[in-house]
Unconditional design. Structure first.
Length: 139
């Protein structure tokens, strides 16, 4: 209880390395990211499956030409599905007694998208300046 009272007195943004967000905002972002991830994964696995079929058909044709012509490496890594990871994290956050959570600020990922904490921190900063713009996932 004392920690909860102290949390109310602490600043919303914890320096440059952490950001405080509400449980509801975190759950909303996780659910949206989970849905987006699942859609991207399903598209990727379909494309991967088509590429595997083409590659295997080519390998069969090569095998018909003789043992010296066969390429045995498919070389197509299977896309990873992290839907269960999202579900597990969402469950943990849902069960949490905390109303707000401190998260580490994440660096921009390889494709230029900001991490969740950085997007929420940007949104918080915008609102503190009197703005109304809502930062969308993966803007």
């Amino acid at each position: 209880m004392v920690n909860s009272l102290l949390d109310d007195l602490r600043p919303e943004i914890r320096g440059l390395d952490t950001v405080r967000i509400s449980k509801d905002d975190l759950l909303k972002a996780l659910e949206e990211n989970k849905a987006e991830h699942r859609q991207i994964f399903e598209e990727a696995i379909d494309k991967w499956h088509e590429q595997v079929k083409v590659k295997l058909a080519k390998m069969i044709e090569q095998a018909k030409l003789g043992p010296d012509q066969v390429e045995l490496m498919v070389g197509l890594p299977r896309p990873d599905d992290h839907t269960k990871d999202y579900t597990a994290v969402i469950r943990l956050v849902t069960m949490s007694q905390r109303v707000r959570t401190d998260l580490p600020r994440l660096p921009a990922v390889r494709d230029g998208r900001m991490g969740l904490a950085s997007r929420l921190s940007e949104q918080h900063s915008e609102l503190q300046r009197g703005g109304t713009r809502q930062v969308q996932p993966h803007e």
